[in-house]
Design a protein around this ligand. Structure first.
Ligand code: PBG
Length: 326
């Protein structure tokens, strides 16, 4: 059938009609809001390259969590900065670390929030790499113990989900084993399964002060040119016990999100990363794009590609817009 019998524009005449036939419907129920916990009290420092996003001490972070919960966002993702960095990321598993205390404080405040924690070493190492170093190489197997230690410390503090983002081989299995041995068999793992070595993490590295002091992350994060390799990474993480898998970043990898979604029957998350946020913010601040439309279009695209969970720094704005029926 074709024109003039067929006129696709009939379905686009009014907003109620467009709403009726809409294929992708945004809700707040799949949103995750990333946050940065730092030591101290009364600290709330805006990240220059991420307007609207702050490094916060636990007291301030909990205040914002209250707002997040009230907006109907179901989950937060916590990153932490230590008091001191060292070669072996000692503070990553400290029970008094900023992340561990933030989890406890959110629990104590009885907020209706799923607490997800990022499990990685790069914020805690003096060299800024996601694992242990020897002779300028990032070692795989010796890093697994430290990652499992960190995950267990988050579990003990009361996390609901741990999310390893380091890209060491075997980390999901090592974390699963350690959690199970300690009675946390019901705690889920969201693995950053297909995490690419990306320029779009730039602003995050300011936020987490985690820029590698030498070299880059290409020996452990994936090559942006590879999509089939994502199936290997996702398959292995699932075999090791991952409950939810993630593709990261989102926008330059929508094909990977789609293909992973078609191939695996587990929930797929996508991370709309710091650089993607910064680009929209910068253009909107200059009046070059309309922020709300651009953000909703980006999020719709990520969901349409196949992600049912979206981690995004825009989460509060999106929830507000959806709440007001905009
Ligand atoms: C830690 C980690 C990074 C991000 C999440 N976890 C940075 C990196 O791998 O360099 C990036 C998040 C973002 O850019 O928003 N390994």
């Amino acid at each position: 059938m074709s024109f003039p019998v067929h006129r696709p524009r009939r379905r686009r005449r009014t907003e109620p009609l467009r709403g009726l036939v809409r294929e992708t419907r945004l809700t707040s129920s799949g949103l995750v809001y990333p946050m940065f916990a730092v030591p101290g009290t009364g600290v709330r420092r805006e990240i220059t390259s991420m307007p609207g996003i702050y490094q916060q001490s636990v007291d301030k972070l909990v205040e914002e969590c209250r707002e997040v919960a009230e907006l109907g966002i179901p989950a937060v993702l916590l990153f932490g900065l230590p008091e001191h960095k060292d070669e072996v990321a000692s503070e990553a598993s400290s029970p008094d670390g900023a992340v561990q205390r933030a989890i406890q404080a959110i629990r104590k405040a009885k907020l209706k929030l799923i607490v997800i924690t990022d499990v990685c070493l790069c914020e805690y190492t003096s060299h800024g790499h996601c694992g242990m170093i020897h002779d300028g190489e990032v070692l795989n197997d010796p890093s697994l113990t430290a990652l499992a230690d960190a995950a267990l410390s988050h579990a003990r503090a009361g996390a609901d989900i741990v999310a390893p983002s380091d890209m060491m081989d075997g980390r999901v299995g090592a974390i699963r084993k350690r959690l199970d041995e300690n009675g946390f068999q019901d705690l889920a793992i969201l693995s950053y399964a297909a995490k690419y070595s990306s320029a779009f993490y730039g602003p995050f590295r300011e936020a987490a002060q985690s820029t590698p002091q030498f070299g880059d992350r290409r020996s452990y994060q994936m090559d942006p040119a590879n999509a089939r390799e994502a199936f290997i990474e996702v398959g292995e993480d699932l075999a090791e016990g991952a409950d939810i898998i993630m593709v990261k970043p989102a926008l330059a990898y929508l094909d990977v999100i789609r293909r992973v979604r078609e191939r695996f029957d587990v929930p797929v998350a996508a991370y709309n990363v710091s650089g993607e946020y910064a680009m929209v913010k910068a253009a909107a601040t200059n009046g070059w794009i309309e922020e709300k439309r651009a953000v909703l279009e980006v999020i719709t695209g990520i969901q349409r590609a196949g992600a049912s969970i979206i981690l995004t720094y825009h989460a509060k704005d999106i929830a507000r817009w959806l709440k007001n029926g905009e």
